[in-house]
Design a protein around this ligand. Structure first.
Ligand SMILES: [Zn+2]
Length: 182
């Protein structure tokens, strides 16, 4: 059945399902499909004298096998900071303090603006301080990238690549992404 084909309250079929909001002809309930926020965290990690960005290799579709920054949907009781820190812990075993996350870049997805990506940045960590990585259902590797070049070839999502490029540009870092597992 198509999503939101019927009124959530009284079950009456909507007559116009071409767009939102939908208004029930029977009870007047309106159904909206608002864009959903996604909290994505850029975690700088000092490793052998350089600063890299924490990434994961996706073990699930979409874009299985490609790299991504760490993030996900918020749970109903979470701020974007808390949800971002939880995703980092769940996907990488890395602990970041939610209170240290600062806004980095907010953008809507394209071409459908049905998600709003809330990129934030954590305080820098040191690779020798990170706990061991354990595989998860969603993540097959944990690693670092060290530069902006050719990120579109290895990243799952163009907007994650753009956020990473902005991170490196702000630090004056150029050159190959040089992925390494961690
Ligand atoms: Zn109704």
């Amino acid at each position: 059945m198509a999503r939101d084909a019927h009124c959530h309250s009284c079950g009456t079929a909507f007559t116009n399902t071409a767009r939102y909001p939908r208004e029930c002809p029977q009870c007047g309930l309106q159904v909206w499909a608002n864009p959903i926020p996604v909290s994505v965290v850029l975690v700088p990690v000092e490793h052998r004298g350089r600063v890299g960005l924490l990434v994961v290799r996706r073990a699930i579709e979409p874009r299985k096998g490609l790299l991504a920054l760490v993030g996900g949907f918020l749970e109903e009781h979470e701020t974007w900071q808390q949800g971002g820190a939880r995703e980092v812990r769940e996907e990488t075993d890395v602990v970041v303090d939610a209170a240290t996350l600062v806004p980095f870049w907010f953008t809507s997805t394209e071409p459908r603006p049905n998600r709003v990506l809330l990129f934030s940045q954590s305080a820098p960590l040191r690779s020798e301080d990170l706990p061991a990585f354990s595989l998860t259902n969603e993540t097959s590797e944990r690693g670092l990238i060290f530069g902006p070049a050719a990120l579109d070839e290895v990243f799952a999502f163009p907007l994650h690549a753009e956020a990473a490029r902005r991170f490196f540009a702000a630090r004056g870092i150029d050159g190959p992404h040089e992925y390494t597992t961690l």
